[in-house]
Write a new protein. Structure first.
Length: 72
């Protein structure tokens, strides 16, 4: 099951929230919160320009491997 798409969603229900939605080739999807108060647009740009390109094509089952890759 490969990651085929990811997108950043910035919403504003009183304050900005940054959410990352990841979609796999099997049709599964997951969402995660990436909000950093006061720096929402910086986080959204970082996700769009740096993290998402690293995620596309990776095996969605390899959660720890993805975490270590992005953390280091």
């Amino acid at each position: 099951m490969k990651i085929v798409d990811a997108r950043v969603i910035v919403t504003c229900p009183g304050r900005n929230f940054v959410t990352l939605k990841i979609v796999t080739d099997a049709g599964s999807h997951g969402i995660g919160d990436a909000t950093l108060n006061g720096r929402e647009l910086a986080v959204a740009a970082y996700l769009s320009e740096h993290v998402i390109p690293c995620l596309i094509g990776r095996d969605a089952h390899q959660i720890e491997d993805i975490w270590q890759f992005l953390y280091r």
